[in-house]
Design a protein around this ligand. Structure first.
Ligand SMILES: *Cc1c(COP(=O)(O)O)cnc(C)c1O
Length: 360
């Protein structure tokens, strides 16, 4: 068996320890005589798995009691509709468009009410986060929406926008659990787990209780109402049981590593190795304004398409996989999520140095 250094943007690298544990428990989970995939979601054994997952996440993120934690399906993209359907009481919402995922959410919301784009970084291919200290927030906005870490472009909000008292809703798919957050600053925090936490298909929604009401847009399906899932502790129907089990294991792994402050320190160290190299390289350079750089997704280019392609190909042969950039940005992108060890980033930079020497 040989594991590669996987720089995929998602689904992405998971902690090896977690995968090994899951493998060991595959045929017989804790003496139950069956796999977690095979057991009833109403069983005592499973109840413990989902309850512990929630408790560990609450501890990691310091989630206050007046927030619900929901384990849902449909990925992050389903939330693009669920958020307006549940929260657009006035049928007005403000969106900050800092990339494709934010844009998709913004476009989806237009189906349900008046969605306003109050700031955007489209003018420079989403290579920065706009100043959000004094935006024209709509007086009757039900919420202000951001995508906190822009997976494709490699930017991250270093400061949350001034929402002027309006509820903040954030897609944190690609920065989930990468650093501490103050949950009280948000009405809704949500993310697909396949970037930093677990298997695709699970989306975790952390939502303030007063936002969970029966007063949703007419026609909202039962399955798309937060209240349905909140009232049933995420067990209204069969949840993505196995995915939640893996998420739970990753939460325990994070706790063992010292929680989110320790992860932030580690992630900053990892990202600095790559950014420091990019800043002095004569061949490679980052595509993002330094003040907006993400700790999780690092896009870079050589400025020459053929050279980019050569690099991606040679890197893959050397065991550094999924480095090809998103088709809208080109070049390369190294996603260095929580589970990417620092050794992986060091080895990548050593490989880049060698490539630079050989090809400059
Ligand atoms: C990947 C991603 C999504 C889409 O997630 P799905 O689970 O595929 O719907 C949405 N937002 C962000 C920020 C992402 O990185």
């Amino acid at each position: 068996m040989s594991r590669v250094y996987n720089f995929s943007a998602g689904p992405a690298v998971l902690p090896e320890e977690v995968l090994k544990e899951a493998a060991a428990e595959m045929l017989d989970y804790e003496g139950s005589g069956m796999s977690v995939m095979e057991m009833s979601h109403r069983s005592k054994v499973y109840d413990k798995i989902i309850k512990e997952a929630e408790a560990d996440l609450r501890e990691l993120m310091n989630i206050p009691d007046n927030y619900k934690v929901l384990f849902l399906q449909g990925g992050a993209s389903q939330q693009f509709a669920m958020i307006p359907m549940n929260l657009m009481k006035n049928k007005v919402a403000d969106y900050i468009v800092t990339g494709q995922w934010a844009k998709k959410a913004y476009q989806e919301a237009q189906k349900y009410g008046k969605a306003n784009c109050i700031a955007s970084s489209a003018d420079k291919t989403f290579s920065y986060i706009p100043d959000c200290s004094d935006l024209p927030v709509s007086e009757d906005a039900d919420y202000v929406y951001i995508c906190e870490n822009n997976t494709i472009y490699g930017t991250k909000f270093k400061q949350l926008p001034n929402t002027k008292g309006k509820t903040l809703v954030a897609d944190v798919s690609s920065c989930f659990l990468s650093e501490p957050v103050d949950v009280t600053k948000y009405g809704v925090i949500y993310g697909g787990v396949q970037k930093n936490i677990g298997p695709a298909g699970v989306v975790i929604v952390i939502i303030r209780e007063d936002l969970i009401t029966e007063d949703v847009l007419p026609g909202t399906p039962t399955m798309l109402q937060y209240k349905t899932h909140a009232d049933a502790d995420s067990l209204y129907n069969t949840p993505p049981c196995y995915g939640i089990y893996i998420c739970g294991k990753v939460f325990k792994w994070l706790k063992k590593r010292g929680g989110l402050s320790a992860m932030k320190e580690y992630n900053e160290k990892k990202a600095a190795i790559l950014y420091d190299y990019l800043d002095q390289s004569k061949m490679f350079h980052g595509t993002v304004e330094p003040a907006s750089r993400s700790l999780m997704n690092v896009p870079f280019v050589t400025g020459d398409k053929d050279l980019d392609a050569k690099f991606v190909k040679e890197a893959e042969a050397a065991g550094f996989v999924n480095l090809k950039g998103h088709r809208t940005v080109g070049g390369m992108r190294a996603s260095i999520y929580n589970a990417m060890p620092i050794e992986g980033v060091e080895a990548l930079v050593a490989f880049m140095k060698k490539f630079e020497e050989e090809n400059l």
